[in-house]
Design a protein around this ligand. Structure first.
Ligand code: SAH
Length: 659
């Protein structure tokens, strides 16, 4: 539970993780729910109430920023589970529950476990517990119409309060309040959540109406002046443009200068403006600065099909049509097609092979197409080696459709893993490089990359089983190594543009990812090439995006929610400039960089978008100017246009773009 549901989703506080490991959740659920005690969800308990989802308990505990000497008040003890978890981290826990039966059960459970530092009271928690106040931290496990004044007053200066609030009794915003002074409170949102109602004299009445008269929230609002100052700074430093095609990119080209690698991100995998602006900049880099490599967050063999088309190389066929696995729309879309057509025309005009632009996939999800590509190559040039590679790769054949299951089976020890086989095949290939050198150099390069993908994918699916930062790092390390190999292959003058999500190209060390122990291509590129690598990020306030609700589900057109008020996106939105470039490396006014460095939220939409849990699933903390050298803004954005895939038989060999 702790590894898979909590740590893997970004809870890092070791005190919280330790406490969650220690407290047996099964002691807090009704008998009938026992078998579900470690499920990733809230569960019904007595009196029609619920025991919270373990992850939410952890998020709230982490947000409280607890230390061992703290005294904590919990409102809505329910089963007593959260109180028990908190009691493992602090000196004293006071918990209030309005249902007498629940209060009694909770008291009994903590007693049975010998947790002596928990006191449970039956009563109305919206009034707090004056006798033991002030508290270092207060947590409320039920949603009220507003923040009870009594709780604010019973908070120690420097104390933290975490509470779900909102007008709608069904959904609330999880809010973290910190008491900065006698009358000073700061407020931060932690996302949308769903709790049972907080019923009491400063909460909802039993008929669902707020009991307390609504008070103005003035003392709790985020200081708007600071936001106004920051968005004014952005407005003064940015370079607005009217349209993607007419944007003047001269200054950007100067800023990029001699950089060997330019990494261009995207804040979603389905926004048209990001694709088109990225293509516009890339065309300029190729035509004006002589860039000759485009490396994308796509599969190697699939991308190689396009590379063959734009450079007039020999065609090949894959086991499954290129870009036909989920998420198909990520590369099989009209925006990509337009760029590919441009690249082909460019290459026809530039006959010198080293100046032609090549296209490469950095990712490692192509186990079967890569195996097919290696075998096809060997069948042609070295039938004997093909036969032994076939036997070795046969190790994977039971898992063809589901390599993740291979990973699980290999880790469980119920199966011999395929590591040795894939490592051996690759080293055989590398050894015979000289012999194969009679074949076209691009062909040898492709086959070596495919054999490397297979080796890395084999490890990836095993490591993925543990669900921590290792699998992310393995994938980004692989993408980075592929990029370096491509640069070397294209010669000493080569220069590359990388197209991948913001989360891969923005320096991970400047975001929450760094705290979780994750690195990415952007960070590795910075370590490798220093200022000769240039990172560009994208952002948007609202609009439409092409995304799916769950993995393997069809792509749909979704509405992007307006950006969060504590986010960088909101600051950009408040400039009221529809589209701009924002140089961050050497901002005209030095104040901009320093001011923007103080962390804000930033939104990341991937192939999955879940607006209902946007705050928890899509926002993270970042320091923008340390993450990117440049940020490009589109206030309103539209979705990419997927190309309907021609499934099944009859896929033309010019798929995916009819080149
Ligand atoms: N922390 C609990 C979650 C319980 S659900 C756990 O880990 O199991 C929220 C609880 O808040 C319910 O049991 C409900 O009865 C209680 N509650 C609602 N309004 C309350 C109030 N004003 N005072 C005390 N408890 C309240």
């Amino acid at each position: 539970m702790v590894e898979q549901q909590i740590a893997s989703r970004g809870v890092v506080d070791t005190g919280v993780l330790r406490a969650m490991r220690e407290v047996p959740r099964e002691c807090f659920v009704p008998e009938a729910m026992l078998e579900f005690a470690y499920e990733d969800s809230p569960l019904p308990i007595e009196e029609g109430q619920t025991i919270s989802q373990p992850y939410i308990v952890a998020v709230m505990a982490e947000a409280l920023g607890l230390s061992a000497e703290d005294r904590v008040l919990e409102i809505g003890a329910g089963s007593g589970y959260a109180a028990a978890v908190l009691s493992r981290m602090v000196r004293e826990v006071y918990a209030i529950e309005r249902h007498p039966l629940l209060a009694e059960l909770a008291r009994q459970r903590v007693k049975d476990l010998d947790y002596g530092n928990v006191e449970v009271l039956c009563g109305d928690g919206t009034l707090g517990w004056a006798e033991h106040a002030p508290f270092d931290a207060i947590v409320v496990a039920a949603g009220g119409p507003e923040i009870p004044k009594s709780l604010l007053e019973q908070l120690e200066i420097g104390g933290r309060l975490v509470i779900p609030v909102g007008d709608d009794a069904r959904f609330q915003e999880l809010v973290r309040i910190e008491r900065a002074g006698e009358h000073e409170y700061s407020r931060r949102s932690l996302g949308r959540v769903r709790f049972v109602p907080l019923i009491g004299s400063e909460g909802w009445s039993l008929d669902g109406m707020p009991v307390a008269p609504r008070r103005a929230r003035t003392p709790l609002q985020v200081v708007p002046e600071k936001r106004r100052r920051l968005s004014n700074l952005i407005a003064r430093n940015c370079e607005p443009f009217e349209s993607i095609e007419s944007a003047n990119l001269e200054a950007l080209m100067r800023r990029i200068g001699d950089a060997r690698v330019v990494l261009i991100g995207e804040a979603s995998h389905g926004t048209s403006e990001f694709y088109r602006m990225r293509a516009r900049i890339t065309r300029e880099l190729i035509a004006e600065l002589g860039f000759n490599v485009v490396a994308i967050e796509g599969d190697y063999p699939d991308t190689s099909v396009i590379d063959r088309a734009i450079r007039g190389r020999k065609r090949t066929e894959l086991r499954t049509p290129p870009f036909s696995r989920f998420p198909t729309w990520m590369w099989h879309n009209e925006e990509m097609e337009a760029f590919v057509r441009w690249a082909r025309t460019h290459n026809v005009k530039v006959p010198a092979p080293e100046r032609q632009v090549s296209l490469h996939g950095l990712d490692l999800y192509s186990l079967y197409n890569s195996i097919g590509a290696v075998l096809d190559f060997l069948d042609e040039v070295d039938p004997e080696a093909a036969a032994s590679a076939r036997v070795r790769y046969g190790c994977f054949s039971p898992w063809e459709t589901d390599p993740a299951t291979y990973g699980r089976a290999a880790v469980s020890g119920r199966l011999r893993d395929c590591e040795e086989d894939v490592v051996k095949t690759l080293s055989d290939l590398l050894e015979k490089r000289v012999k194969y050198a009679l074949v076209d150099g691009d062909e040898i390069f492709d086959v070596e990359r495919n054999a490397t993908v297979i080796r890395e994918a084999e490890r990836y699916y095993r490591v993925m089983y543990y669900g921590n930062h290792e699998s992310w790092n393995l994938r980004d390390r692989h993408m980075f190594e592929t990029l370096k190999a491509v640069l070397e292959h294209r010669g000493p003058q080569s220069r590359a543009v990388v197209w991948a999500h913001n989360s891969h190209v923005g320096n991970a060390a400047a975001t929450e990812m760094g705290m979780r122990g994750e690195f990415n291509i952007g960070q590795l590129a910075r370590e490798e090439w220093g200022p000769d690598s240039y990172r560009i990020g994208f952002g948007t306030h609202c609009g439409k995006v092409a995304a799916a609700s769950n993995w393997d589900e069809p792509v749909t057109l979704m509405t992007v929610r307006p950006s969060h008020e504590d986010s960088y996106e909101r600051l950009c939105h408040e400039t009221e400039i529809p589209a701009f470039l924002l140089p961050l490396r050497s901002a005209a006014e030095t104040g901009l960089r320093e001011e923007l460095l103080s962390p804000h939220l930033e939104r990341a939409i991937g192939v999955i978008y879940r607006p209902e849990t946007e705050m928890l699933s899509h926002y993270f903390q970042a320091a923008l100017p340390a993450q990117f050298d440049e940020f490009i803004w589109f206030d309103t954005s539209a979705a990419v246009t997927p190309i309907q895939s021609e499934k099944g038989s009859g896929v033309p060999d010019t798929y995916p773009f009819g080149l």
